[in-house]
Write a protein that binds this ligand. Sequence first.
Ligand SMILES: NC(=O)c1ccc[n+]([C@@H]2O[C@H](COP(=O)([O-])OP(=O)(O)OC[C@H]3O[C@@H](n4cnc5c(N)ncnc54)[C@H](O)[C@@H]3O)[C@@H](O)[C@H]2O)c1
Length: 259
Amino acid sequence: MRMQNRIGLVTAAASGMGRAGALRFAREGAAVAVVDRDAEGVAQVVEEIKAAGGRAIGLVGDLREDDYARHIVLQTASSFGGLDFVWNHVGHPGPAAVEGIDMADFELAVDLNLRTVLVTTEAAIPQLRARGGGSLLFTASIAGLAGSGFSPVYSAMKFGVVGFVRSLAKRLAPEGIRVNAVCPGPVDTPMLRVFVARPDQAATRGNDVEELAKRFGGATPMQRAARPEEIANAALFLLSEEASFITGAALPVDGGMVA
Ligand SMILES: NC(=O)c1ccc[n+]([C@@H]2O[C@H](COP(=O)([O-])OP(=O)(O)OC[C@H]3O[C@@H](n4cnc5c(N)ncnc54)[C@H](O)[C@@H]3O)[C@@H](O)[C@H]2O)c1
């Protein structure tokens, strides 16, 4: 088992890649806190982990709230007796438009792509330090590695995530805390539909959402979107001891899209 006796949390874990990661980490021996605002989804993931003989707790709340973003760290540590890893996976596409931008949606995107990530990390660092080291993983995007004409605002935020990861990696490396990002291309989850069908996305307006998602996924050199489990595999590697000399990396998992 690749995560035996490890303790960690995964945000946005009721669906998509976060769900796939929580299930996988638990199968590899980790005790996992399943964090999401979707109570039903959280309960299902926790039940699935426990039914397979794993250890999990569910923490339901809104990650826009700083108190909750701190609480998930402290609760995980006190429930299982420490903290070894965090996958900060939550994010939000935000507005597609620049001209006529919806500032409320922009603020939501700032909160979910950057603010909660910072608050959770602030709370997590002393916990990881107390264990003599650990691993932090963030979900950026290929839009955090190359500009996205389709989504400039989202791209700015995911570049921000990658910048944070690279900088924090240097700061925390002497303490044995590794910091990395996973950068997915299109992944077949509900968020892919939200992303391609935003009401202010002029290029796709009025088109069928499933058709758009298929077209977007088909634009990778592998001519398909990723399955959530394919991102979870990369997350498992980066969080585990197999990646013991990897820090400050932003790993594309994109079927060759930014190659
Ligand atoms: N799907 C893609 O194509 C794709 C590509 C690149 C990067 N990403 C990134 O992946 C992450 C999203 O992952 P996914 O595609 O697995 O999503 P998903 O749509 O499958 O799940 C998103 C989850 O986030 C939860 N959530 C949303 N807002 C929340 C809040 N305020 N508090 C707590 N939970 C909240 C939802 O309840 C849901 O369970 C984001 O960081 C996104 O930017 C996605």
